[in-house]
Design a protein around this ligand. Structure first.
Ligand code: APR
Length: 320
């Protein structure tokens, strides 16, 4: 029987040229998307039909949907908060956090709202959360500026608790009852009345809403300003790593072009070869096809060493 050598995870030539470039690089940018957290068990947006029950997840992520049916939108976000709290950062989150600690000139723009990068210890001043966080809540009234960060209460109000399967014989008495997956349209969605949704403690009038950026809304101005200042510095940008994002949503996707215009070489990490940045790939770029949780630590190993299980300490949720 003939043995064939296993195909290396990353073509050795590409790994070598990437790591040589990384070693020479000072100003480095990373653009992160949902694919980074896929291995942590959190679904991406455009994967699996992008549906939550029968709803297009992107339609639920709008101010219009919240105005029309705040109960449904809160159920969607409460579910996502619960999933994110029960997920763990993966080796790629830790590797990026390590690189940030090592290189103060490395900044990360994340489109992810799941809190996994902060929990992996990514320094907050080098992590720009472009789409907000599931664990920020704010008042939905236009004139009220109430904002609460790091709210990890799950569920945020009792009415948003996940239904459980009391009839499941494998989950009895004090043992954990089985939570039902309300993202499945075949599971009944509990009725949630308006008066049971979270209210603003400041103005006492508005409903609280998740502190994420919805389609059609402005990005957080301070975050955008920080990124613009960093990109506008006279020095070139050496490298941008585009990790686990379909890079289709602007302005996030536009950061690839801004970095390129300042001389950056582009390294893409994605499971789907077709998900190259909008402007296409150039000859000097790298496309690393595969799971970010495996590829990213391998790519950064030459700078940060190996990420060992004992290094993967999930940060205190209260301190992120
Ligand atoms: N490793 C690397 N890449 C992966 C993995 C993985 N394990 N799994 C999936 N991917 C890739 C997919 O091929 C896809 O290109 O991650 C990308 C995920 O793309 P999207 O679902 O579009 O997520 P994202 O790019 O983060 O979306 C951007 O759009 O819906 C809005 O506001 C939302 O922040 C989100 C933004």
């Amino acid at each position: 029987m003939a043995f064939t050598a296993a195909r290396p995870l990353i073509p050795p030539q590409d790994l070598k040229s990437f790591q040589e470039h990384l070693a020479r690089s000072k100003r480095v940018l990373a653009l992160l998307g949902a694919g980074l957290s896929a291995s942590s068990g959190l679904p991406t947006f455009r994967g699996a039909g992008g549906l939550w029950r029968t709803h297009d997840a992107m339609q639920l992520a709008t101010p219009e949907a919240f105005n029309r049916d705040p109960g449904l939108v809160w159920q969607f976000y409460s579910y996502r908060r619960h999933m994110a709290l029960n997920a763990k950062p993966n080796p790629a989150h830790y590797a990026l956090a390590e690189l940030a600690k090592k290189n103060p000139e490395f900044i990360t723009i994340s489109q992810n709202v799941d809190g996994l990068s902060p929990r992996a210890g990514h320094p907050a001043n080098q992590l720009k959360l472009l789409h907000g966080s599931l664990f920020d809540v704010k008042c939905s009234e236009f004139f009220c500026n109430y904002l609460e960060t790091n709210n990890y209460t799950d569920p945020i109000v009792p009415a948003l608790a996940l239904p459980t399967d009391e009839s499941d014989p494998t989950t009895n008495e004090a043992i954990k009852v089985r939570e039902l997956d309300i993202s499945d349209e075949n599971v009944d969605l509990p009725e949630v009345s308006l008066r049971d949704l979270p209210r603003c403690p400041q103005c006492q009038r508005g409903l609280l809403r998740p502190g994420v950026v919805w389609f059609g809304e402005w990005l957080p101005r301070d975050v955008q300003r920080d990124i613009d200042r960093w990109t506008a510095q006279p020095e070139n940008i050496d490298l941008i790593m585009v990790i686990g994002t379909s890079a289709k949503v602007y302005p996030a996707a536009g950061y690839v072009d801004s970095a390129r215009n300042k001389g950056a070489r582009v390294a893409v990490v994605n499971t789907d070869k077709n998900d190259a940045p909008q402007g296409g790939m150039y000859t000097n770029d790298w496309f690393f096809e595969g799971d970010a949780a495996v590829i990213v630590p391998e790519l950064l190993k030459s700078e940060i060493g190996e990420i060992k299980p004992e290094d993967m300490r999930d940060g205190e949720r209260t301190s992120v």
